[in-house]
Write a protein that binds this ligand. Structure first.
Ligand code: MLT
Ligand code: MN
Ligand code: ZN
Length: 309
């Protein structure tokens, strides 16, 4: 059965972040029940309930697999239900988890040629031996039927498309426009159950919604959307950083250009915020911002949330 599992709902750094003492992180660390901890950004999806595809591979992947029985080895001495992984960018929070999957275990790895090139340029990723883990390039706007390493159909089709965003932090080039970002640096995914045609969108990093993207999302059944910040300058105002959300390639929830207002015009049945930064007040179950997001029809994802599209 077509199913999506939220493995990690927090942005880079997770919640609480290891070195952060902001109000949110302090509450989470103290075990406050209104500040539920969250691991870093990733979904798992299946069409048959047995074979799973990771959408991004977070540095918390080992913990995420441990906490989700569906991803445990099921048979024999060495096994994984993880048949493939698809990356939406090369950010650490979306790619470093590949290093966890390094025990010569076969699975298929899909990403744009740009992102695959970034991995190929970092020799540490060679531990995910290409002999066992074939790299498969995704072409923008071309539906791709996902298949496992034996070319068996996984029952899922992904359509990658470029969205406004930014190159990975460690590749930023200050001398270039938008730090040298190219369209293949940040993609959104439309994920379809090949048989039933049910589908959802996954956009964990998105800096703006141009008309083309608005048309794509209009009337969708289910969208997982970038929920990094509540206000664009929240990290500065909380004195834990000097960057705005926009500077990092993310649009804020609140305000006239924010996701809540923008998405209110799209007639989307289920809207879910993911990739939520530890400074975002929606993380607290009892905050006015959480109440405002929910009143606007949004779900604030938590780890372990399961949705059947
Ligand atoms: C982001 O989403 O902006 C990045 O994950 C930031 C980072 O690399 O820490
Ligand atoms: Mn991120
Ligand atoms: Zn914090």
């Amino acid at each position: 059965m077509f199913k999506v599992l939220v493995l990690g709902s927090a942005a880079g750094g997770g919640f609480p972040q290891w070195n952060c003492n902001c109000d949110n992180c302090s509450k989470a660390r103290a075990g406050d029940p209104t500040a539920r901890p969250r691991t870093q950004s990733s979904l798992a999806v299946t069409a048959d309930g047995k074979r799973w595809v990771l959408l991004n591979a977070s540095p918390d992947l080992r913990q995420q697999i441990f906490e989700n029985a569906a991803l445990h080895p099921q048979e024999g001495l060495r096994h994984t239900p993880i048949s493939a992984a698809v990356l939406t960018n090369a950010d650490i929070d979306h790619s470093a988890g590949l290093l966890t999957l390094r025990e010569s275990q076969p699975f298929a790895l899909y990403a744009t040629p740009r992102v695959l090139g970034v991995l190929a340029g970092n020799s540490v990723y060679e531990v995910v031996n290409p002999e066992f883990v074939p790299r498969r390039p995704l072409s923008l706007n071309k539906p791709e039927k996902l298949v496992d390493i034996d070319n068996k159909d996984l029952g899922l089709t992904v359509t990658p498309f470029a969205i406004p965003g930014k190159v990975a932090l460690y590749l930023e080039d200050d001398s270039q426009d938008n730090f040298g970002s190219v369209p293949e640096d940040t993609i959104g995914l439309e994920v379809t159950d090949t048989k039933t045609k049910k589908r959802f969108f996954y956009l964990p990093g998105c800096a703006a919604v141009p008309n083309e993207l608005a048309e794509r999302l209009m009337g969708a059944e289910l969208v997982f959307m970038d929920g990094t910040t509540w206000t664009d300058d929240e990290m500065i105002r909380r004195k834990v950083g000097h960057k705005t959300g926009q500077r990092m390639g993310h649009m804020a929830m609140n305000g006239p250009e924010g996701t809540i207002d923008t998405f209110s015009r799209f007639d989307i049945a289920q809207k879910v915020f993911i990739h939520i930064n530890n400074t975002n007040p929606v993380l607290l179950d009892d905050s006015p911002e959480r109440a405002e997001a929910e009143a606007a029809g949004w779900v604030v994802a938590h780890d372990g949330l399961e949705i059947t599209p």
